[in-house]
Design a protein around this ligand. Structure first.
Ligand code: ADP
Length: 542
């Protein structure tokens, strides 16, 4: 028997309608690439989005199902695009600005973008490759300075496109399972692969991440969105903020630690998100130049790579700011878990609490996780048995764009994350590695992530990345690349081995340590182990 409730499709349009109706006076503040500040309300966002929807359909000829690319920083115009493009039934394809020219060209042709909205400051990146674009008809330039010129063909300025349009636009009827957004995963291995989000998955992901066990956001919050809109839909925050009524603060290209701290001060930001690299930078800067007045910041949500115990502890001890670890992937929209303490943890010693918070955490409702061992059986939740983390749920991919990639899915319909993890009896998941980064030495697994976290807790070490290197006797051994906090400093291999022996047994401790100036990073700021392995195999690490 069918239930007798209304058929109310969960679309991004209903998020915008809700934000306009419930929180018309909440603010969207943007610090633009030229350093100027822009502020308007969710009521203004609503009207501008309708103008943009008119422009998309009437001036640019965007139809349902078309793919519209964005190549832009975090700001109000990009939020307008996040709503207007799916609103008219097209797909908002956010293109990562930090990929190589080859990858960018591949993505734009593979997705068949019809038009691309691009920040003026990023135009040089596409000028070099635009001759090879097969489907792009027009480029719409955002935030162009007065004297702006470009070699891109068929350009229009964003304001010229939008400002003369009517604020009245009737949304087309959309089904909740239609596509609304697309991101290509950054492709640390092979060419990037497209992930196509639906209105329903986007809505339910946004609704869930505001809940207390997840991000815990409400209309009392002012959130700085550091996670780029060009990376995994900014973790869904531009949608979530209109559901929770939180003010949104956008930094655009002002991403260095000093600039971010200044924005947090000016806008009395109390929550923020970002990858660990960003928060390491902010922490170092705050240690060097402590803010004159205590920041309003209470909590930062971190994902993308591991938030280490040392960073959680440092921020809390020195500045009273709490880090919350979250785990996710492009394929999971992205957020799937978060690690928060529970009342029964109250009496634990502080280092034990930090150890729990440094786990990747408990899954959100709508997501299921399991660990599968090498023998194919589901591992017990004992906090010890490692295996591949597999997930399924409301906002988890079931196929890549234009290609299924069968090897990424199990026969019974779970997505294979490629992360190696454990789950403990309380349900907390801990990532011990990526499948390809695990080190198998003498038949025993060694977790590169645990070694890195331990090394980064050494007072003289700023960063550490551990890779597996071939070994005739043990088949693989760990090699640690180390960046010292102070370049003039020295630390001996013996001292490091001694330090690690506090937490590791001897076979797990690296025999080799290479001191480098910086750890190579991927387009989204993660340690690029593929590049470290390449440097090693070409004899450039010694
Ligand atoms: P890519 O793998 O191309 O970098 P994603 O940004 O989708 O693309 O990254 C997803 C991966 O990032 C996860 O599979 C996991 O390995 C890693 N990751 C994400 N969040 C965390 C976290 N909190 N701790 C450790 N690793 C994480």
């Amino acid at each position: 028997m069918e239930g007798l409730m209304m058929d109310y499709p969960l679309t991004t349009n209903t998020i915008l309608e809700y934000g306009n109706s419930a929180f018309p006076h909440k603010k969207l503040i943007s610090h633009l690439p030229d350093g100027t500040r822009h502020e308007y309300t969710y009521g203004d966002l609503y009207k501008r989005t309708k103008q943009l929807a008119n422009a998309l359909t009437k001036k640019l000829g965007i139809n349902k199902g078309d793919i519209v690319g964005t190549f832009a920083w975090n700001h109000y115009q990009h939020v307008e695009l996040y709503y207007a493009i799916p609103g008219v039934g097209a797909v908002c394809h956010t293109i990562n600005i930090r990929l190589s020219p080859q990858q960018t060209e591949f993505i734009i042709n593979h997705s068949e973008d019809k038009v691309i909205f691009i920040d003026a400051s990023l135009v040089p990146l596409l000028e070099k490759i635009s001759a090879k674009f097969e489907t792009v008809e027009k480029f719409i330039i955002i935030n162009a300075p007065e004297n702006f010129t470009t070699t891109l063909n068929n350009t229009i300025h964003y304001e010229d496109l939008v400002s003369d349009q009517s604020e009245i636009y009737e949304w087309p009827g959309l089904k909740e399972n239609e596509a609304c957004g697309m991101c290509y995963r950054s492709g640390t291995t092979g060419m990037p692969k497209g992930v196509l989000y639906s209105h329903r998955s986007t809505y339910l992901h946004a609704l869930t991440i505001q809940s207390p066990n997840a991000g815990n956001y409400s209309n009392a919050d002012t959130i700085l969105l550091i996670v780029p809109q060009f990376h995994v839909m900014a973790w869904g925050f531009p949608y979530m903020c209109l559901l929770s009524g939180s003010n949104m603060v956008m930094p655009s290209s002002n991403l260095n630690p000093q600039a971010l701290i200044k924005i947090m001060e000016t806008e009395t930001v109390n929550k923020a998100n970002g990858v660990p690299t960003i928060w390491m930078g902010i922490y170092d800067e705050m240690k060097r130049n402590p803010p004159k007045e205590k920041l309003a910041l209470k909590e930062y949500l971190v994902g993308g790579s591991a938030l280490t115990e040392s960073l959680i502890e440092g921020f809390e001890k020195d500045f009273g700011i709490e880090g919350v670890q979250a785990w996710g992937m492009t394929e999971t929209s992205p957020l799937g878990t978060a690690s928060r303490l529970q009342p029964e943890h109250k009496g634990l010693p502080n280092d034990e609490k930090i150890r729990i918070r440094a786990k990747q955490g408990i899954e959100f409702p709508g997501i299921e996780m399991r660990i599968v061992g090498e023998d194919g059986s589901v591992a017990p939740r004992d906090g010890k048995t490692m295996g591949e983390l597999q997930v399924r749920g409301v906002w988890v991919i079931r196929s890549y764009f234009k290609t299924l990639n069968r090897e990424n899915f199990t026969e019974d319909g779970w997505f294979r994350t490629g992360d190696v993890s454990t789950i403990d009896a309380d349900g907390y998941m801990t990532i011990t590695d990526r499948t390809k980064d695990l080190i198998k030495s003498g038949g025993e697994w060694i977790s590169s992530v645990s070694l890195e976290s331990a090394l980064m807790a050494h007072p003289k070490i700023k960063e550490a990345a551990v890779i597996a290197i071939p070994d005739t006797k043990w088949s693989e051994r760990p090699l640690a690349t180390i960046v010292l906090a102070d370049k003039e400093d020295t630390v001996s291999e013996e001292e490091l081995k001694q330090f690690l022996s506090l937490n590791f047994v001897s076979y797990q401790i690296p025999d080799r340590y290479v001191f480098i100036d910086q750890v190579p990073r991927t387009s989204v700021g993660k340690f690029d182990k593929k590049e470290i392995r390449r440097l090693f195999s070409e004899g450039e690490l010694s």
